[in-house]
Write a protein that binds this ligand. Structure first.
Ligand code: MG
Length: 297
């Protein structure tokens, strides 16, 4: 089976045709939250129902447990100092792992109410931390711990370096994946609300970033089958997103350039490797990767 479907000639410059998808690990129940750590040349990802984070070591292809239990961690990223920031479903918080291994809570409440279950997180160049807070970790005991939503809405929040938590996206049903465009003029937000409201579009919206807040969004893409969950952006501004059992690559203008066929439901992707041109793909039971001809941000 070929790895790629090419929809637009521009896709050929981004991929290496002779490169097939490689499976690096399996045995997970739901893989998500891939994060590459350049200093250690390893990748951390979350296996949410098993309440564990795993580590793939790029230097010897070994896989080990990074942290268990882990608050049913989902999305992970690095902050500007290289510290890991994690979204915890059952912890119902966004935490930061310090260089000495201790854990600091960045956010666990909004206006005095507990968060739902933070899902995906990105850090902006000003040090602010932006995260989505849908209900997947409190809907049942599968990906976290069943609980009623105290906030009663699924929002995207910004945590300022001062610690202040502000709701920045309040018009989505279940905001999920997040990423900034290369110049941080846009915040892309996936909505997987179709899991809770039938026949809802499965979308990514682009929100203009202005004065620390967000302007009126425009529709960037609609998923033809399955849904978008997590995604990342390359240095040219192309969006590489989970899309059902595939990874879709979209040009900055929203053109679907091509597809990486994975074969099981993809939750998240991240760029890694010493040249940041290796795309890691967290897909249900497994971790995959493929080397590209473009670098991630
Ligand atoms: Mg997600």
């Amino acid at each position: 089976m070929g790895t790629y479907d090419i929809h637009d000639p521009r896709f050929r410059a981004l991929i290496a045709n002779q490169e097939d998808l490689a499976k690096l690990a399996d045995g997970c129940r739901w893989s998500e939250g891939a994060l590459y750590v350049p200093a250690g040349r390893y990748l951390v990802w979350s296996d949410i129902p098993n309440d564990r984070m795993l580590r793939y070591d790029e230097t010897d292809d070994s896989v080990s447990v990074f942290r268990q239990p882990c608050g049913h961690a989902n999305g992970n990223t690095l902050d500007l100092q290289g510290r890991m920031v994690s979204c915890e479903h059952s912890g119902r918080r966004v935490s930061r792992t310090e260089h000495d291994g201790s854990v600091t809570v960045l956010a666990d409440r909004f206006e005095g109410k507990r968060l739902n279950s933070p899902n995906d997180v990105v850090v902006k160049s000003d040090g602010s931390v932006w995260f989505s807070d849908p209900t997947y970790g409190i809907d049942s005991d599968y990906e976290g711990r069943f609980a009623e939503s105290e906030i009663g809405a699924s929002n995207v929040y910004r945590v300022d370096p001062s610690g202040a938590v502000t709701a920045v996206v309040t018009d989505r049903v279940r905001p999920n994946g997040l990423a900034f465009s290369p110049d941080e003029s846009l915040l892309y937000v996936a909505d997987t609300g179709v899991t809770h409201v039938a026949d809802l579009p499965r979308t990514i919206h682009a929100y203009p970033v202005k004065d620390g807040g967000l302007g009126t969004p425009s529709l960037f893409a609609t998923c033809p089958h399955g849904a978008y969950d997590g995604f990342r952006v390359d240095v040219q501004g192309n969006v590489w997103t989970s899309a059902g059992s595939n990874v879709f690559c979209y040009a900055p203008d929203g053109t679907h350039l091509g597809t990486i066929k994975v074969g099981e439901t993809v939750a998240n992707v991240c760029f890694g490797g010493p040249q940041r041109n290796r795309l890691f793909i967290a897909a249900r039971t497994s971790l995959y990767s493929v080397h590209l001809r473009v670098r991630g941000i």
